[in-house]
Every structure is written in C-alpha cells, then in structure tokens.
Design a protein around this ligand. Structure first.
Ligand SMILES: [Mn+2]
Length: 378
C-alpha cells in the first residue's frame, strides 16, 4: 500500500513554490545600496556595530580579538547591577563603527585593521550559584583561548564586565596558554584583600570569592608573575587603623601608584613607572571603571570620590600601549546608578582606545615580520 507521502510527492513542488519576487544578483546589489547603511542609533546593539557571533557555540568563526560580555554581579560587596554592564557598554559604543572608527590619537581604525574583531556575545553565567558561575566562566575563557585565529597569533579576549571577580576566570584562561602573567590593574581599590578582611561570623569557602579578593585568589593559584604586578589609581580606605592591607598587598608582590601621584609625577611619570615595572612580561590589563572619578563615572559598584578623569586614564593607556597585552577587562559598570550613559560611555571609549592600541601593535608586528622576511630573502 502506498504511503500518504508517496501519494503527495508529485504535488510537493507546487505546494512549496512561494508567491513573490525572484531575486537576481543585481536586485541584491540594489537592496544593499539602498539599505546597507546602519545609523549609529539603529540596528541591534553589538559593540561598535561589530559582527556578532556566539563564539562559544560557533567554533568555526575565527577572531583575533573577542569582545566578550561577562554579565555577572553576585560577588559584589556594595552596589549590585554590573550584570547589565555589557549591554550598557555595547549601547554606549553605538557611535563607534567601521565607517567612523579612525582614532586620531592612535593613528589607526581598529575596525579596519589587520586584526579581526568580533563581538562574541556574553558568557551565560549562573546568577544563583557562584561556584558554578566561576566554573562556567573559567571553562568559557579556556575554550576561547584555545581557538585558532586568522592572524595565527593567540586570541585576545576583551571582557566587558560584570563585577571585578570575573578577572579570576579570565586569568585562568590566560594562564592556560601563557602560564603566569603580570597584571596592570587600574582601580580605586586593591582587590588583593584576604577574604578575612571582609568581616563575617559565617565564613564559607564560597564567600572568599568576591570582587575585592580575586587577585588574592589568583595569587594563591600562582596565576601572577611574582613582583611584576602593579596597581594604578588607588585611593581606597584601608581596614582597621594601620597599613596592614598594604602589607598584605606587598606580600603578594604588587607595586602601587596612587590617584594623587598624577599631581606629582604626571601622566608621563605614571606611564614610566608602569612600563619600568612590568617590562617585557605578558600583561593582563584589568580596568575597573571606578578608577575614574564618580563625577565622571557614577554608575559603578563601589564609587570613591577624587579619581582620575577619562582623559588622564586614556593618556596613561596610550603611554603603555607598547606592553605585551594578552588579555583585557573593563569591569564594574553598573548602569542603574549611571546618568546619561556617562559611565558606559567612558567604558566604551576605554575599550576603543585599548582596541586601537592592540590593532596598532599587531600592525607593527606584521611590519616587523615583513621586514624579517625581506631581510631573510636578501
Ligand atoms: Mn575592582
């Protein structure tokens, strides 16, 4: 007996043919000519209108640099809300694009350069279980760090936080490729605090993982190069009635630049201290937006008055662009406390400046390699 399907088969082409216009190549070109332009305020929000690929589930789309959201904020000590940081930074980056992306300060358009930058979307992170969240983030970073790139170099992940605790997972990812690295840390706070510095009569293993202890945990896991790490922009109050927090920081091998140092040694002096300190080591660049003054960047988890301006931070970042940066985060943007997108705008500009420096460095490397080949041929 014939099946119902075999009886219907002759009529299927008729059933599947659709009403409407057939498009030839010229039609497609016409459509593109009319509609391909995207206004800054239009389109689906990706960082700088970059191509969006969910890189964690699509391993075939290669990238040199990944913009990666880490929407996680259940390890904060004060204001929650940084889980909305990645989408706020993306929205605030809307005036950046391939067509209007030339960075005059840097002399390069990072979106039209030798590096392929994708917006890899967000890591899905549990908001209910921090042990699981850290495991998810760690696995995501290790996965993406293992990918091959169009340039043949190692991938660089630029994370949009999220609270600062995400840096522990990012450092584990970096460590899986490079071993221990230096950390250049822009922040009002130390973030090397011993977990016991957060007073609690109910200590648990899990409560040790916070946005103020992750570098201490990273030190314990030997993720940092001893003595090659440096904070910049510090102005936090310390625990108790002495400098013991600094002693703890010293013991973990960090140097410190305070916010006020900029008045004494200027941008150039700060740049020199950072560059002299980390030298040629591989660098993880961690930028807590609370390094900026809360008058400029109020939308953050633990604001501290009296910080740097965005211009000062950008000029310092420009000064250290020769460092061998292998991973980046811009964290602690909490848009619920923001006004007029100020904080997110500052963060998106900082990301733009870092991308410009990374693209510039890649161009210099290509040039050097090219010259090397030319020399080899002679
Ligand atoms: Mn921090």
């Amino acid at each position: 007996m014939k099946s119902l399907l075999s009886l219907l088969l002759p009529f299927l082409p008729l059933a599947l043919s659709r009403a409407g216009k057939e498009y030839i190549e010229e039609d497609i070109l016409n459509l593109r000519q009319k509609w391909a332009v995207e206004h800054p305020f239009g389109g689906i929000s990706t960082f700088a209108h970059l191509q969006h690929v969910r890189c964690l589930v699509d391993p075939h789309e290669e990238f040199d640099i990944a913009i990666l959201g880490a929407p996680f904020d259940t390890a904060v000590s004060y204001r929650p809300g940084a889980r909305f940081g990645p989408r706020a930074i993306r929205a605030a980056s809307a005036r950046q694009s391939e067509s209007r992306g030339f960075n005059v300060r840097a002399g390069i358009n990072p979106y039209l350069s030798d590096v392929k930058i994708l917006d890899c979307g967000d890591i899905p992170i549990s908001p209910f279980d921090n042990e699981l969240a850290l495991r998810q983030m760690t696995e995501a970073y290790k996965e993406l760090m293992s990918r091959s790139t169009p340039s043949g170099r190692r991938p660089i992940i630029v994370t949009l936080g999220g609270d600062h605790s995400i840096a522990l997972a990012a450092l584990r990812g970096v460590n899986s490729v490079y071993g221990p690295v230096s950390v250049v840390h822009f922040d009002a706070h130390l973030d090397t605090w011993y977990p016991t510095k957060y007073p609690s009569s109910w200590p648990t293993l899990q409560s040790a993982f916070t946005h103020g202890t992750m570098f201490h945990l990273a030190y314990n896991e030997s993720l940092l190069l001893p003595t090659y790490n440096i904070h910049a922009g510090l102005r936090t109050r310390l625990s108790g009635a002495d400098m013991s927090d600094y002693a703890g920081d010293d013991a973990q091998g960090w140097a410190r630049i305070s916010t006020d140092d900029i008045d004494d040694i200027g941008v150039a002096g700060i740049v020199k201290r950072i560059v002299d300190h980390v030298g040629k080591s591989k660098v993880y660049l961690s930028i807590d937006i609370d390094v900026l003054d809360p008058g400029i960047a109020p939308g953050t988890g633990t604001p501290e008055a009296g910080g740097w301006t965005t211009r000062e931070l950008i000029r310092i970042l420009r000064g250290i662009e020769g460092l061998d940066v292998v991973g980046v985060d811009v964290v602690e943007v909490a848009p619920a406390y923001d006004c007029a997108e100020n904080t997110a705008l500052a963060a998106s500009q900082v990301v733009f400046e870092v991308l410009s420096s990374l693209a510039k460095k890649a161009r210099a490397t290509v040039k050097l390699e090219g010259e090397g080949e030319a020399r080899d041929e002679l």
